[in-house]
Structures are given as C-alpha cells and as structure tokens.
Design a protein. Structure first.
Length: 387
C-alpha cells in the first residue's frame, strides 16, 4: 500500500470509531499492540489512554482490515506493522526496567552512531547568545528528547515543529523518522540556519528553517499543521507564555497534539502562574521529568531543566495571538549590572543591559577597554533599579 491508500483506510476506521485523537491515535493503537504483543484489552487501554470500549471497537475494525488478530490477547499482523512503520522507522519503549512506570532507561550504546552525528553539528554552534537567554543543551540531551518522543508514541505523525532550536533537536528527530516527514524550525539565529542547511545537504534531510522573531506571530500558513512540537523558551514566565502561545498556533486543531517544553525550575508562585497559563491555553501536563535536560554551562539553570510533555486539546487557544511588545529575556525582566576587574591592568568594567558590554562574553571577545586582555574577575553585582 502507498501513503494515500493507508490514509484512506485509516480514515475509514476513524469514521466508524470516532476516536477523539483521530488517525494519530489509531497509529498509536497499532504501535501499542506491536510494542506489547498478545496483551489483554485492559493493558492496551492503559498504554493508549483510550477507554476499553473504544479499544475493542478499534481492534475489531483493525481485524477486518487484517492489521491485527485476536487470540491469546491482541497482536499486530505483518500488514499492520507495515502501516505504522510507513510513518516511523522505530517503535521502542525505553521504560526503566527497575522503576517500570516511574522513569525511562535509554540504552545509549545502541545509539552511539546517532549521538556522534548530532555532536558533529552541535559543535558548529559557537558560543551561545546569552542576551536572548540562549544556552546549549548537550548533544546527549537532544538525542534523549527524540528517544523520549518515540517512547511516548509522538514520532508517528510526520509533522514536527521546533519553536526555537538552539540545541538542534531537529537533527536528532530526523534520525528516527522517514525522510518524507516534515520538520520545521522557527528561530531567529542565522547560525542555526547555516548548520541545518549543511545537515540537510549531507544527510539528505528536508528540515525547513524559518528565520523568525517569535515576538511576531508565525505566518498563518503554518497554523494547525503540526502534532508534535518542542520548545525551549527564554528562562522567564513571559518567555514561556510567548513560546507556548506560538506553539499552540501550530498545533493541529482537529486532533490536538503534544508539546515538549524544556524549562527550568521557578519559585512555586511563579510556577503556579505558568501552570495556570498552560491550562488556559488548553495544555495539560502528562509527564514531568525533572533534570532531564542537561546544559553546557547554564549556571542560571543549575545546568539542568525539566522536560514537560503537554497534551494539547483541539480547542486550544493561545494567550498571545498578536505581536508581543513586552519584556521577554532574563536581562529585561530581571536586569543585573555586574562589575568585572581586568586581571592584567585592574581596570573595572560594568556589564549588563544598557551598558557598553551587555554580556561578559562580549567583554571577553573585545577585550579590556584599556589593555585589550580578556581575563576578568567578577567583583560585584546589583539589580538595575532604574530599568
């Protein structure tokens, strides 16, 4: 069967069972019975999250199609396996063998080739732009994000977006899906565009890079086209609200989808506000993995952040739907002025927003204004009250 025939038959089943998750949910059902062969219907219900009667109805329709069989439990047939493998090249659970349903275990030795390939491109990024809260996750983190999406049945849709992609998670995802699948990156950083274009040529990928300032709304032609999205916003509640709003714009409005949010810990009151924003937008947390994301440096985050999986309902509405004019980055929301002393000539220089040197990285790159050396010691900091 070709893609059009498969889509047609899936649509026929959907018309009969009326699954709220749509065709994507039907593919997940096939993946579950392949991943857990000969399981009882209650086990399938737990794994899919669908009610038992719906699972029975789907199974019966798939039996008619020849995609699964009943007997000692339910199992996928070779024809059924071909259906979901048409949309994804892998179906693997990474559930931890020790803690079972409380965590995941990634057998890294099985993915050394993919990890080395990701490293090849992440090494081209240079230094992060801390003015826009950019901090680079490790290559292993990018790989693990893709594997965790596989674990959650979220790499079967064929339509993926990355709202910001300084970690090149798009390249990690591309290693586990067919070349015909759609990956679109929305980011303002031209360096990332060059790296992704290079990867596209060398790997025969088709990752689309859309250079875009997310303060501006994303073009409507992209709205409602994606069912799995990753975003790693600026480390502020304003940043989280904006990036999730843009992600919600992109989510398929018929079936909903999943947003993977990488975000650092905040004080409880601020996290409460963030959670309330997410709920207002129709984003429900289904998975929380503390310290999942590991970053190079990122001392503000303690070198780690949490990965949240958000299930987005089909009626989701963004809080921000027009141009965003407010504060966004940490340097704007919580402006800090730091004083550094040159280790060579002892000249002191202030660093921060509205200063000659907005970041210590820029001061090091240009050198001390007096002697041009690039080694400094921080001797103090204070909040810019008048900002």
């Amino acid at each position: 069967m070709d893609r059009q025939q498969i889509q047609l038959q899936l649509s026929e089943v959907q018309d009969k069972v009326l699954l709220s998750e749509g065709v994507r949910g039907l593919l997940k059902f096939l993946a579950v019975i392949d991943r857990f062969p000969n399981s009882g219907i209650r086990r399938i219900s737990r794994e899919t999250g669908f009610p038992v009667p719906i699972c029975v109805a789907i199974r019966n329709e798939f039996v008619k199609k020849g995609w699964c069989k009943k007997g000692n439990g339910t199992a996928v047939t070779p024809e059924g396996k071909d259906v979901f493998l048409f949309f994804s090249s892998q179906n693997t659970s990474f559930r931890c063998r020790n803690c079972e349903e409380y965590g995941v275990f990634f057998p890294l030795k099985n993915y050394e080739k993919e990890l080395e390939l990701i490293k090849k491109y992440t090494q081209l990024r240079g230094q992060p732009d801390t003015k826009i809260d950019q901090s680079f996750a490790t290559s292993r983190t990018s790989l693990y994000r893709a594997l965790y999406m596989i674990h959650n049945y979220d790499l079967f849709s064929g339509d993926y977006a990355l709202v910001g992609d300084s970690d090149l998670t798009s390249i990690a995802i591309s290693q586990f899906i067919p070349k015909s699948s759609r990956i679109t990156v929305f980011d303002i950083d031209s360096k990332l565009e060059n790296i992704i274009n290079t990867a596209n040529k060398e790997l025969s990928n088709k990752i689309e890079f859309v250079k875009h300032d997310l303060r501006q709304p994303i073009l409507e032609s992209y709205h409602g086209k994606f069912t799995c999205i990753h975003t790693d916003p600026p480390y502020t509640k304003q940043g989280c609200r904006l990036f999730i709003s843009r992600s919600v714009d992109l989510i398929n409005k018929e079936t909903g989808g999943a947003i993977y949010l990488s975000f650092g810990n905040k004080p409880p009151v601020e996290m409460k506000q963030i959670h309330e924003d997410l709920l207002k937008m129709g984003c429900v947390m289904t998975n929380i993995l503390p310290n999942f994301n590991k970053y190079i440096g990122a001392q503000k985050l303690g070198g780690v952040s949490t990965l949240y999986r958000l299930q987005v309902v089909s009626s989701a509405i963004p809080i921000i739907d027009g141009r965003y004019e407010g504060m966004l980055y940490t340097g704007e929301v919580n402006p800090i002025i730091r004083t550094y002393k040159c280790q060579n000539c002892n000249r002191t220089t202030t660093v921060g927003i509205k200063e000659e040197f907005p970041t210590i990285e820029e001061l090091k790159n240009k050198g001390c204004p007096k002697c041009k050396m690039s080694s400094f010691t921080k001797i103090g900091e204070k909040k810019r009250e008048e900002f």
